[in-house]
Design a protein around this ligand. Structure first.
Ligand code: SF4
Length: 162
């Protein structure tokens, strides 16, 4: 694990729903064509951590309870679905599997879907409200030194590995 951000030179992990994969909880996508320009010339690693965690699509909507993604990683918060079922294990499994793909592909950056319980970058649904915070996968990537950007990014940073 590294605290240093390696932004700028390697592959880019991207939330698969932003690339048009219908992997959201409701079976839909969040295709964002503007990312085509942003990602030009970069190797792309599409991932959906919730599918990798075995949750399936469609799946019950989930939200954080008691803390954000980092707190889930530390065991200080959990993740519940709309039926009240604890889904922390699936979220952790999916985040770890997606991280493995990111590291194997040499990722230095990620562009993820904000507001998602896995992929949120700036704001996330927690305890019934949209609040500042990150999703589980985002927190895990950041702990491994990968620079995470929300989907409204207009230009990739040009920093080099440190
Ligand atoms: Fe998109 Fe991430 Fe949700 Fe999968 S987990 S649907 S990639 S936001």
């Amino acid at each position: 694990m590294s605290d240093k951000v390696k932004a700028g030179s390697g592959a880019v992990v991207v939330s698969a729903c932003l690339l048009g994969r219908r992997c959201r909880f409701d079976g839909r996508d969040k295709f964002t064509p503007e990312l085509g320009v942003v990602l030009e010339g970069r190797h792309i690693i599409p991932v959906c951590p919730e599918e990798l965690g075995g949750l399936g699509t469609p799946r019950p909507a989930c939200q954080l309870q008691g803390g954000d993604g980092g707190a889930v990683l530390d065991g200080r918060a959990t993740m519940v679905d709309i039926d009240g079922k604890d889904r922390r294990a699936e979220f952790l499994k999916g985040a770890e599997a997606a991280l493995a793909e990111a590291l194997a592909g040499g990722a230095t950056d990620a562009i993820l879907k904000d507001h998602s319980p896995s992929c949120a970058v700036r704001q996330v649904y927690r305890d019934g409200a949209l609040v500042d915070g990150q999703g589980v996968f985002t927190a895990l990537l950041q702990r491994h030194g990968i620079a995470v950007h929300a989907e409204n990014i207009t230009k990739m940073p040009s920093r080099r590995r440190s």
